[in-house]
Design a protein around this ligand. Structure first.
Ligand code: MG
Length: 160
């Protein structure tokens, strides 16, 4: 095994009116929120899958099944912490991660710095190791119609 590995993650959650939106570990003001077994934080879920993927450890559904009542409404930060531990327990450390959230609404720019700080704290890395970007999909597709929000994440890990 070499000293560097990459991981990639993707997640989607549907939106419904009147639910709370937590994204990137941060409460986002919006009229709708995620329909999910957990808190539905798509950004964190994509990041978890990227971390797990970097060491071929399966996916988030394998580690935290949505049939398990333990994870009902769970703060996804806890899942991210656990994924990071799985990486560290094997002697690896996060180099950096780069994430994109695809959302027509709400505008996420005002929250990005807070998300970066939060995710860095949860993963125990410097804030400049965590990149979060947001884009609309130009009103196209399910994200464009505000039916859901998608997120992608890439990570690079290195052997300690
Ligand atoms: Mg998910």
């Amino acid at each position: 095994m070499h000293n560097l590995r990459i991981g990639y993650g993707y997640d989607v959650h549907a939106l419904a009116d009147g639910l709370e939106m937590v994204l990137g570990g941060v409460r986002v003001e919006h009229h709708s929120g995620f329909v999910a077994h957990s808190d539905g934080d798509v950004l964190i879920h994509a990041l978890c899958d990227a971390l797990l993927g970097s060491l071929a450890l399966g996916d988030i559904g394998l580690h935290f099944p949505d049939t398990d009542p333990t994870y009902r409404g769970v703060d996804s930060s806890l899942l991210l912490e656990r994924c990071m531990s799985l990486v560290r327990e094997r002697g690896w450390e996060l180099g950096n991660c780069d994430c994109t959230v695809m959302a027509q609404q709400p505008k996420l720019r005002p929250y990005i710095a807070q998300m970066q700080a939060r995710l860095a704290a949860v993963m125990g890395v410097e804030a400049d190791c965590v990149s979060i970007k947001a884009t609309t999909t130009e009103k196209l597709g399910f994200t464009g119609r505000c039916e859901g929000i998608a997120a992608q994440a890439a990570v690079l890990i290195f052997k300690k």
